[in-house]
Design a protein around this ligand. Structure first.
Ligand code: GCB
Length: 587
């Protein structure tokens, strides 16, 4: 699905702003609301609704909530030969959608866009747009919620609301809502693959899929703006593949975000029926034994697991927060981050492309309990892999796809489950490695299904406390054990860290102080680096974030190296010292 774009053939109009909201406390009372409902509250889009209101039941609402607004479209949009599309950037967790009382469809998993062709449904004057959003998670959903905890020791027992993971299950419309137009014939999907030959020229392959009624003799024309090189091909059955050789290609790399732009035209009946400006970067990604190679050189990943999370807006897209995050990552000397624990907004990946950061793009499958997963969980997981991998395919910053974070991957049903998820993912993209993030590395039964192993471990925090010697001895042994099971695949530390409340200090350091967090990170990083085989250190977490209520958390998870309002803790200065001094790449 292409990101909406305004150009000579396409118009866009934003539906963001203040919408109406109504909580559904009783399903019977909500009958007919798809035709319009009496507004109870105002809500911001994009934003989570949870932190906007003042009552406990509204904040933690676990179930249905209705969103609505009205809009008009210009008459010149409603003419023959134009197509009008309504696109929702994301709605968490799931949504049923109506326009003027007509059901358009539904979408599940809260972190990918969905759209509907509304050409035949949009009317002159006011149009009523209604979404019934469901925040409730069950063993069927991805991620899961309402897991039977007696059977599953250690996993978020007592969380409220009962999402089976360690971040607040924010709900709402988190990303932009847009209506846009195209011609009747339009480009539906563009996938760009690049490879570089020994003389430094790049072969760039554009796979284009057109939508709408196929006409004969249609073609696509691709021009690379930066070099002027161009090529064209006939569409066959709606698809075409165009290859362009870019001479002496400028290579996209960490901190060197060289980007190209292709102007792609769909020519139908001798006229330009659609145009799309597609950005791409030329870079290669490869696994070589235990190493990860970017453009042929080994990478040592330095950075964080993050969250989309901020005061009041929850998981709502905010460009200012995102820019601050990238500035902080640059300041601290990071070169990468993981979109833990779900696909992030497309706008975040754009920034990563433009600023030269590597991204491990993660699916929304977090803390899966395979033995409580159903056919539906698996089908939803496979479907969302396809959705976000296709969505993010053309981002040079995205170098790894992560299929799941900390599933109980030692359970009996884990392996057959993940075999299917891996097959579904490889059917979309074989050019990037797949990662599984495990915290059960010593008994995980799925490690050989993927290409890179992400390891999460909290020596010195859970069951920890200084002095560190005993914890670090355990940690060294653990890493060696996982390495034996990793079968020669690259291993990366995807999480380690300590909670700390900013402003707490103690000498000697103790749990929850800034001093302890810094001391522990220092110890762990020295063990990681001493192994010689770990390909990166991603600290948990970039910044403090909200979680469900739980006796393990003090107003959320405090493992941030930055506070929730994006100010540095002591640990951030320590990382800046070691990360700014290192070269980005190491042999
Ligand atoms: C983990 C999870 C992460 C949690 C973190 C913690 O292993 O992957 O979501 O927030 O531990 O702080 O416990």
């Amino acid at each position: 699905m292409l990101y909406p774009q305004q150009n000579s053939c396409r118009s866009t109009s934003s539906l963001d702003g203040v919408w109406n909201l109504r909580f559904e406390w009783d399903a019977d009372a909500a009958k007919g609301w798809e035709n319009g409902f009496a507004p109870e509250k105002k809500v911001a889009v994009p934003s989570s609704f949870n932190d906007l209101y003042t009552s406990y039941s509204e904040r933690n609402h676990w179930g249905h909530v209705w969103y609505g607004r009205e809009f008009e479209v210009p008459d010149f949009w409603r003419v023959s030969g134009r197509r009008v599309v309504l696109r929702v950037g994301s709605a968490a967790y799931s949504a049923e959608v109506w326009l003027n009382g007509v059901f358009l469809g539904s979408h599940e998993t809260g972190y990918t866009p969905f759209e509907f062709d509304i050409t035949e449904k949009v009317v002159a004057g006011l149009n009523r747009f209604v979404l019934r959003i469901n925040t409730r998670l069950t063993p069927d959903s991805v991620p899961q919620g309402e897991i039977i905890v007696n059977a599953t020791t250690g996993q978020f027992v007592g969380n409220h609301p009962p999402g089976n993971f360690d971040f607040y299950p924010y709900g709402g419309i988190h990303r932009p809502v847009v209506i846009y137009t195209t011609g009747e014939r339009y480009m539906e999907s563009i996938l760009v693959d690049t490879s570089v030959n020994t003389s430094g020229d790049a072969d760039v392959v554009f796979r284009i899929q057109a939508g709408g009624a196929v006409a004969t003799g249609e073609r696509v024309k691709v021009v690379i703006e930066e070099s002027g090189e161009s090529a064209e091909a006939l569409l066959e059955g709606g698809s075409a593949s165009v290859t362009i050789r870019v001479k002496s290609a400028r290579i996209w790399d960490i901190g060197k975000p060289e980007l190209y732009h292709a102007r792609i035209e769909l020519v139908s009946g001798g006229a330009v029926a659609d145009v799309y400006r597609q950005r791409f970067g030329v870079r290669t990604v490869r696994i070589d034994g235990e190493k990860f190679l970017l453009n042929g050189s080994p990478v040592y990943f330095k950075g964080f697991g993050k969250h989309e999370d901020f005061f009041l807006i929850g998981k709502g897209l905010n460009d200012a927060v995102n820019i601050r995050d990238f500035e902080l990552m640059k300041w601290v000397g990071a070169n990468s981050f993981r979109t833990s624990h779900y696909p992030y907004a497309e706008e975040v990946l754009d920034l990563a492309d433009e600023m030269g950061f590597l991204v491990i793009s993660e699916s929304p499958c977090v803390s899966l309990v395979p033995d409580q997963a159903t056919e539906k969980t698996l089908a939803t997981h496979c479907a969302v892999m396809r959705e976000f991998m296709l969505r993010d395919y053309n981002h040079p910053s995205v170098v790894v796809w992560c299929i799941a974070n900390e599933p109980l991957s030692f359970q009996e049903k884990a392996r057959p489950y993940f075999e299917k998820v891996v097959a579904a993912s490889r059917a979309v993209d074989t050019s990037r490695p797949l990662m599984l993030v495990t915290c059960f590395g010593d008994r995980d039964t799925c490690l050989d299904l993927v290409d890179i192993i992400g390891v999460n471990a909290y020596p010195g925090w859970y069951g920890g406390g200084a002095p560190f010697t005993q914890n670090m001895n355990w940690f060294k042994g653990f890493l060696n054990l996982v390495r034996e099971r990793a079968g020669g695949r690259p291993m990366m530390m995807t999480e380690f860290g300590a909670d700390c409340v900013q402003g707490f200090h103690m000498l000697p350091s103790e749990l929850w102080t800034e001093d302890y967090q810094r001391d522990l990170l220092k110890e762990i990083i020295s063990v990681i680096r001493s192994t010689g085989f770990i390909i990166g250190e991603h600290i948990w977490a970039f910044s403090d974030f909200r979680t469900g209520q739980n006796h393990m958390r003090a107003l959320g998870n405090r493992k941030g190296v930055f506070t929730r309002d994006r100010q540095p803790k002591m640990a951030a200065y320590f990382l800046r010292d070691i990360w700014q001094d290192d070269a980005n790449k190491s042999a």
